[in-house]
Design a protein around this ligand. Structure first.
Ligand code: ADP
Ligand code: MG
Length: 255
């Protein structure tokens, strides 16, 4: 059965200030959506709220994943039921390689499903990593890199995509880097999503970048402005944004 993430009338405050003001959005397995919008419109706030970041206070609305209330779940439980959210790894852990980290993540999940599980064997893990890195066209040496130590924006995204390939979520939310218009990072994310997309994966790609269609073909494009989704449509909506920018959205909302 296909799984969906349903965001219903979500209101989120940051430091007591309303930022999201009634977001409605449903993403199903097998669908790729793009969430676009000018800087400061609330895109990352949505990602943070879904992640359960305590600085983002949900004041109204609901988030349902696979028929269950997401807000009742701890962060690791969200991951276990098949929701993948960006920044699922700490900013930097000295002495831990990407491979170490991914093996820990797999073992944690196996132990959660079965307390007697011994986790994945070293040889099975090596095979899995090799297969996923080959699929994504990544150099094997990348797995030996120390986590985030000197990672560029693009490398952080590459690590995130590899994590996604290994954990095989049902729905993934990928937010762009804070720097916004990092084309290298967007290219990495797009190639990863294009490789991993299929009937079992639903994706929300969050980006400010208006030329997203050069990299990825979302079925649905949403535009967020002032904490609400003000337009949704097909890929033609991204084309319109590429040509006309966000000004018409601002004017339309002002009317
Ligand atoms: P976007 O990702 O669309 O650029 P954000 O969600 O980052 O937008 O920001 C939306 C608004 O919420 C901005 O006014 C921003 O300053 C505010 N905001 C978001 N996160 C925080 C935070 N952690 N602390 C204070 N203000 C925040
Ligand atoms: Mg953002």
């Amino acid at each position: 059965m296909s799984v969906a993430l349903e965001i219903r009338n979500l209101h989120v405050n940051v430091e007591d200030k309303p930022i999201l003001r009634g977001v409605n959005l449903t993403i199903k397995q097998g669908e790729v959506h793009a969430l676009m919008g000018p800087n400061g419109s609330g895109k990352s706030t949505l990602a943070n709220a879904l992640l359960g970041n305590p600085a983002y206070e949900i004041t109204a609305g609901q988030v349902i994943f696979d028929g269950k209330d997401l807000m009742e779940m701890a962060a690791d439980e969200r991951s276990r039921v098949g929701l993948f959210l960006a920044f699922q790894y700490p900013v930097s852990i000295p002495g831990v390689t990407l491979a170490n980290f991914l093996r820990l993540a797999i073992n944690a999940r196996m132990k959660a499903a079965d307390p007697d599980s011994k986790g994945i064997s070293v040889s099975d893990f090596r095979k899995l990593m090799k297969a996923k890195m080959d699929m994504l066209g990544m150099d094997h040496s990348f797995a030996g890199r120390y986590l985030n130590e000197g990672f560029s924006g693009g490398e952080k995204k590459r690590a995130e995509i590899l994590q996604m390939a290994v954990l095989q979520p049902r729905i993934a939310i990928l937010d762009e880097t804070d720097s916004g218009l990092d084309i290298d990072a967007l290219r990495v994310v797009s190639e990863g999503v294009n490789t991993l997309r299929g009937p079992d994966l639903g994706v929300l790609v969050i980006t400010h970048y208006q030329r997203i269609l050069n990299y990825i073909q979302p079925q649905v494009v949403h535009v967020m402005y002032q904490g609400r989704i003000v337009e949704s449509g097909g890929p033609e909506l991204a084309l319109k944004l590429e040509e006309a920018g966000y000004d018409w959205i601002r004017e339309q909302v002002a009317e």
